[in-house]
Design a protein around this ligand. Structure first.
Ligand code: SF4
Length: 223
């Protein structure tokens, strides 16, 4: 098994349930979802001309569209080498669920790490049972992909991007499709920290007993 890696770096998780927890971020390359507001558009394609050596993706890549193909064994060896203090691995993208994350999450769980996946929900989620799955549903995007029921059912957390009241209505419609017994954490995330969106999210979190995901890393100006 191999994974196309855009960057690996240690920071604080800035979003969702684990906000504030030190974590190693593993950003995988590739995403066909096509969100207009995407802040990682450089991860959309695995351009053969931008393929680099493994060590070049260690650290923050900024907006570089480069990537390196890492074998599973090398990736696990790097993550567990002792150079990181965090024991939380955030697998993000791009769209990480383009890839089978089962062997990676199994290996990291066995090494004592908590894994977390951040996905659009447009692909089946393949991971071990201990992994925390955050689905941030991306509906009606340019890629024309639909939300996968399996991804919603597997979600431990639904982190919904919000700009307008229509997004709240869409979220409620989505939650109504969850199977009986599914009780994911629900968090609202204001799109691009817009003041109006933030105000709407605060009001709706209080009204519905949901959480606010404020993307604190952007306010703290950290990666
Ligand atoms: S799913 Fe994520 S990486 Fe893909 S286009 Fe949307 S915001 Fe960007």
């Amino acid at each position: 098994m191999q994974y196309p890696v855009n960057e690996i770096f240690e920071t604080l998780q800035g979003e969702g349930f684990y906000t504030g927890v030190p974590a190693v971020f593993l950003r995988l390359q590739g995403c066909p979802v096509g969100c207009a507001w995407c802040d990682t558009k450089h991860t959309w394609h695995c351009d053969p001309e931008l393929k680099v050596d493994a060590e070049q993706v260690i650290g923050v890549s900024g907006d570089k569209g480069h990537w390196s193909q890492w074998p599973l064994s090398a990736l696990v060896a790097h993550l567990t080498s002792g150079q990181y203090t965090a024991r939380q691995l955030v697998i993000t993208g791009g769209e990480p669920c383009l890839y089978d994350l089962t062997p990676l999450t199994e290996a990291m769980s066995e090494a004592g790490w908590q894994c977390q996946i951040e996905t659009s929900g447009c692909f089946q989620v393949r991971c071990d049972a201990n992994t925390w799955v955050t689905v941030s549903p991306k509906e009606g995007m340019k890629g024309g992909l639909a939300i996968q029921p399996q991804a919603l059912t597997r979600a431990n957390e639904i982190k919904y991007p919000v700009a307008t009241e229509q997004h709240i209505d869409n979220l409620k419609a989505l939650l109504a499709t969850l199977p009986d017994g599914a009780t994911p954490v629900v968090a609202l995330q204001p799109i691009s920290q817009r003041p109006r969106a933030t105000k709407l999210c605060i009001e709706q979190c209080i009204a519905n007993n949901w959480r606010l995901s404020a993307q604190v890393h952007k306010y703290l100006q950290i990666d």
